[in-house]
Design a protein. Sequence first.
Length: 132
Amino acid sequence: AVAKLRVSGAEWAVNDTLRNYVAYDNLRKVELGDNYSRLGAALCRHPALFPPLAAVSLGFELLAPLAFLGRRAAIVWSLIAWGFHVGVLALMWIFFPYPLLGFAYAPLFRLERLPLFRRLRRDPAAVREPAS
């Protein structure tokens, strides 16, 4: 969010900046013969869709510290952040593995309470490598 504000200011949320990024990224991939987002390319024909998407993404990024207010806030923020990255994948065909696979949000949750980790804590032998 800081980079967006530094480069474009609040204009990021009301002009064609996001649409231009999506269009440029997909066109570059087409020209290079790489995989691209057909959805993103098609949506570029509808410029009115992009300012609301840009405003929501910018607002969400600026409000990210609210995830530390508690468990519910962390869950809500994590789901929205995950959805944001699904949107990036859908519009630009960019796969960010850590957020999309959930690893980026792991510190916000008590993963040690998951059944897998409980079992490993009770039976350390389950972690040992098998004999060859």
